[in-house]
Design a protein around this ligand. Structure first.
Ligand code: KG4
Ligand code: ZN
Length: 361
């Protein structure tokens, strides 16, 4: 049941679970009024991945200006904000602490209800944002309609690969999850093997545009539960093919591979890896569709930004999958505010809201 209120409800969302410091204001879980994201992505690229201490320090510097900007962009005063929602897990402990401490302090100081939100569930709720203020409408391409229950959601990010079945806002059934590397993590690791910049998803997608996806045959690992995901074998298969291409043996250091590859070999391997990863996701989602016959299929998480994935799923499924604007696929706080609206049972006391870095679905 969606809650019914006498007036529109404005929620300020705050997200700091990884390397993005984000704040957003969303009305009634679906109308985007502002969406501010400050990223330490250049640091992530420079160090080849997230450094937890650097991410936490960067959140500390950005959190106040980001929240101020989100309020300003939305045209809201504090008196217009009805509640605050914040990610409490899963994520990096130090990063989560900065966001939750900011949210707790503001909830106490401004006397607002506080919601502690699960980051992975929230990715699904980016799909419930279907309208934007006139100021944002030009720059956001939002789903044409709200998702209908029952639904299937494919959540694919740097930390998670999941297929979720939902009969209502309160009912989550985790059909399958990553048994080793998440799919986004595999994109990031393969990008590193190819000498492409981080985050690996966009750079592999870009390199793949000039590659041939049929040049290398890569394996699709099987899993005991047909809805679980295993991507570490695929990543290792890429490593072995690259070592062989360079005329080297299994113990050749991966860091020395990129210097020995031609631009075309990089493009071809990027295209083959992307195509194989997308096929794995496509086959599992098709199987789940046949079993659960949902009314809507949603894509969520950073990898949902991948155009090949979107195109292949649109062609493969009987109902066209819904997906958020690219800016709402990767980490953002609008999805946090949306989930808190639709799941008001997640309310927490401002004095006692605790982080949970390993929070489960
Ligand atoms: O959801 P997200 O922003 O953060 C997590 O919660 O993990 O997802 C980040 C992940 C990274 O692994 C990144 O490489 C991947 O999403 N990603 C993509 C694309 N854009 C981002 N993967 C494939 N294709 C893309 N276009
Ligand atoms: Zn995420």
């Amino acid at each position: 049941m969606v809650p019914v209120y006498l007036k529109p409800v404005r929620i300020l969302g705050i997200e700091t679970s990884a390397d993005e410091t984000a704040a957003a204001v969303v009305e009634d879980g679906q109308l985007l009024l502002s969406n501010v994201v400050a990223s330490s992505i250049e640091m992530t690229a420079r160090y080849g991945g997230i450094v937890p201490e650097i991410a936490a320090r960067s959140h500390l510097e950005s959190i106040t200006p980001v929240i101020d900007q989100a309020l300003k962009d939305s045209g809201s005063k504090w008196s217009d904000i009805d509640a605050i929602a914040v990610t409490r897990g899963p994520g990096l402990g130090g990063s989560l602490l900065i966001g939750t401490l900011a949210a707790r302090s503001l909830a106490l100081a401004k006397n607002k209800p506080l919601y502690g939100v699960n980051h992975v569930q929230a990715h699904i709720y980016a799909n419930f944002i279907t309208q934007a203020s006139p100021a944002l409408a030009q720059t956001y391409k939002l789903p044409p309609k709200s998702p209908q229950f029952p639904l299937l959601a494919l959540v694919v990010s740097g930390g998670h690969s999941q297929i979720v079945h939902m009969k209502s806002h309160q009912h989550y059934q985790l059909l399958g999850k990553a048994t080793d590397d998440a799919v986004g993590e595999a994109f990031d690791k393969v990008a590193r093997l190819l000498g492409l910049p981080q985050p690996g998803g966009p750079s592999i997608a870009q390199a793949a545009t000039s590659g041939d996806p049929a040049v290398f045959k890569l394996p699709s690992p099987t899993t005991v539960n047909p809805y679980d995901f295993s991507f570490s074998g695929l990543k290792t298969a890429v490593l072995r093919r690259l070592q062989a291409l360079c005329g080297q043996s299994y113990d050749f250091p991966s860091g020395q591979i990129p210097a020995l590859l031609s631009k075309q070999q990089v493009a071809d391997m990027a295209a083959c890896f992307q195509s194989t990863a997308v096929s794995i996701l496509e086959n599992k989602l098709k199987k789940a569709f046949e079993e659960y016959r949902p009314s809507s299929v949603l894509l969520a998480g950073g990898v949902a930004a991948n155009q090949t994935l979107r195109a292949r799923l649109s062609a493969a499924l009987p109902v066209p999958p819904l997906y958020p604007d690219i800016k709402l696929c990767t980490d953002n706080a609008a999805m946090i505010a949306s989930l808190a609206f639709f799941r008001p049972d997640s309310q927490a006391e401002a004095t006692s809201l605790e982080i949970d870095p390993g929070l489960k679905m």
